[in-house]
Ligand binder design. Structure first.
Ligand SMILES: C[S@@+](CC[C@H](N)C(=O)[O-])C[C@H]1O[C@@H](n2cnc3c(N)ncnc32)[C@H](O)[C@@H]1O
Length: 286
């Protein structure tokens, strides 16, 4: 049984892990994405499992042991081993069968479906995450709403995406995306004789950091935003999310962490107290 909001500290536990050393380690692994995906994805998977475990512990006081972690757009299931190690029941949902089979992994219970219409009932899972998926869907905030819908009251939702004007926004078509996504896609085709895998307007969309912040601000009252921060930055640089324009260029990957308030015995969500309301709109001053 989830016991949300009992033990949430003002500063998330994960901030202690977000050191400069970690940022450099993750940055260093990016160059292996194509040549040695196991190195790249292994590192990111371990880091993601730590991130989710830390926020879950802040929220509930518990480890992930026995919790269902629904990974929306989980691809081949690179995160399965790390969440398994943490004791979670990892469940990827992915619309593209070729992505599902891309790495030859076999994840029991993998589900085929879209994040914009999740094939799960309301309040189904303790944890719902998506990592680097929102920029690949035409309606990312519909997906975010779906993720909250399937998360149990008191459960955790983690939504992390690549910011369009950041250094990785254009994916393989970057840095030309700074001159426009359509231009970058056409240029890639001219140069390589084929369409990029991540084609602007079809499988790659311009999602800005400001949109994530606006979505967080506008969530209904039964949602509490626990944190908004740049995923790969050291904690002392997290303030960049609060600076318009700069955040679009420097955040690179924005994480929004939210929870759905537990309901009373009468089915109403418990009202926020004054401090929680402050955290909800100010995203806490870390
Ligand atoms: C860059 S990969 C991210 C994979 C993994 N989550 C990670 O962080 O390594 C983007 C994934 O989003 C998936 N995707 C695309 N459209 C989607 C949708 N409508 N719903 C859920 N996932 C989608 C793609 O098939 C792909 O597997």
């Amino acid at each position: 049984m989830l016991r949300a909001e009992q033990t949430t500290p003002r500063r998330p536990r994960f901030a202690r892990r977000a050191t400069l050393r970690r940022s450099l380690r993750l940055l260093g692994s990016f160059r292996f994405e194509q040549s040695d995906p196991a190195v790249f994805y292994g590192g990111v998977a371990a880091d993601t499992a730590d991130l989710v475990s830390d926020f879950y512990r802040d929220l509930t006081g518990d480890s992930l042991r026995g919790a269902i972690v629904l990974d929306v757009g989980g691809g081949p299931g690179y995160f399965a081993d790390e969440f398994g190690r943490a004791g979670a029941r990892y469940l990827p949902v992915e619309p593209d069968p070729s992505e599902m089979h891309a790495a030859g992994l076999r994840v029991a219970g993998a589900v085929r479906g879209s994040g914009m219409a999740l094939p799960f009932r309301d309040d189904a899972v303790e944890v719902c995450i998506s990592s680097n998926v929102a920029e690949h869907v035409p309606h990312p905030w519909v997906m975010a709403g779906e993720m909250l819908r399937v998360t149990k009251p008191g459960g955790l939702m983690v939504f992390s995406y690549t910011v369009w004007h950041g250094p990785f926004g254009g994916h393989e078509t970057g840095p030309w995306h700074y001159l426009g996504g359509e231009y970058a896609a056409r240029r890639y085709r001219r140069k390589h004789g084929r369409e990029p895998k991540n084609r602007f307007g079809r499988s790659l969309f311009a999602v800005r950091a400001a949109e994530g912040l606006r979505w967080a601000r506008e969530t209904p009252d039964d949602i509490r935003i626990l944190a908004v921060f740049p995923r790969y930055h050291p904690h002392w640089a997290w303030w960049v999310v609060h600076v318009p324009v700069l955040r679009e260029l420097l955040v690179s990957n924005l994480v929004v962490v939210a929870t759905k308030r537990p309901r009373s015995a009468y089915g109403e969500s418990t009202p926020p107290d004054a401090t929680q309301r402050g955290a909800r709109f100010g995203f806490a001053p870390w």
